[in-house]
Design a protein around this ligand. Structure first.
Ligand code: CDV
Length: 308
């Protein structure tokens, strides 16, 4: 029986001018707080080390490369790994990855409690667009700066728990959770940067955006009988607001802990992974109940085909 105290380390705004070293200090402060509360694992957001740079249009490759890490850990993040090892806390966080052969991904890694990287995920569902869009008040250029992840949705047995990762927009796709669910996942960690509302944007309310985030994370948890931890980068980054709303969800879909600010904030919950078993053996016993002969369209087509 595995019980872990899992913490979500929401980060407040990171301005364009803030250095990775400064962000890592903030991450370590949250790690220390997590340790003082008995955490076994800390989950940080998507692109945790920098501002959400895909909102900025850039053409010059050298200017773009500034936002990417070519190795992990590196000089800026080594202190985080060192502290995690000293505290015996597993961590997971997102960053922009440039591979040795020149590929660019929106990536997250997970470590064990000795700070060894045991898993890597590269974001599959990239929202936004690749060219400057004059129609938009704000750009979202993930398709410009990243390639779709090439590793798929994998799980790792880490610290006795079957863990998987996804990143931000992935949480809105049931396919993400089901592919992880089909591998017996017990903990899905998901960092995000989701724009909030300001006076120049549509009337769509922050309440609605938070609801859609909750809905996606809670449905993914319930329908796959897994814990889900969703962690925001929040606050106002150089005039661009990001919503908070980090939550820890149990395998019944209930929210165990919720962030209440848009700043650096720790949430924590005790997760008893035995609780994943009931749903996996009953209503979501995939082996007994799934009818794959009717699911062909899920993998054979992308867009909607209307045949009537
Ligand atoms: N970083 C993201 O993937 N953000 C998207 C926004 C652009 C909709 C999200 O799904 O939250």
């Amino acid at each position: 029986m595995t019980v872990m105290k899992i913490a979500g380390a929401q980060l407040g705004a990171i301005q364009k001018a803030e250095s990775r070293e400064s962000v890592v200090k903030r991450m370590i402060a949250l790690l220390d707080e997590a340790a003082s509360k008995g955490a076994d694992m800390v989950v940080y957001p998507e692109l945790a080390l920098t501002t959400f740079f895909p909102r900025w249009y850039m053409e010059d490759q050298a200017e773009i490369d500034v936002w990417f890490e070519t190795e992990m850990p590196n000089a800026a993040t080594q202190p985080l790994f060192d502290r995690a090892r000293a505290l015996s806390i597993a961590i997971t966080f997102g960053y922009a990855e440039k591979t040795p052969d020149g590929h660019y991904f929106n990536t997250s890694i997970v470590t064990d409690r000795q700070a060894n990287i045991v898993g890597k995920y590269r974001k599959v569902h990239l929202p936004g667009h690749s060219e400057y869009d004059m129609e938009r008040a704000f750009q979202h250029l993930e398709k410009r700066y990243f390639e779709p992840g090439d590793l798929g949705f994998n799980v790792w047995r880490n610290e006795g728990v079957i863990m998987g990762m996804a990143i931000c927009n992935d949480r809105r796709w049931p396919e993400t959770f089901r592919v992880l669910g089909l591998q017996g996942v017990e903990l899905v960690t998901i960092g995000y940067n989701t724009p909030s509302v300001n006076s120049q944007m549509s009337a769509e309310g922050l309440e609605k955006r938070l609801f859609h985030s909750d809905l996606s994370l809670q449905a993914g948890a319930y329908q796959n009988s897994t814990y889900v931890v969703g962690v925001a980068k929040a606050g106002n980054e150089d005039g661009h607001p990001l919503m908070g709303g980090s939550i820890i969800v149990d395998p019944d879909g209930f929210v165990l802990a919720r962030a209440v600010t848009e700043e650096d904030e720790l949430i924590i919950a005790e997760c008893d992974f035995e609780k994943c078993a009931f749903g996996k053996k009953t209503i979501f016993d995939f082996e007994r109940h799934r009818r794959i002969e009717h699911y062909g369209r899920i993998t054979s087509q992308t867009g909607v085909i209307v045949e009537v």
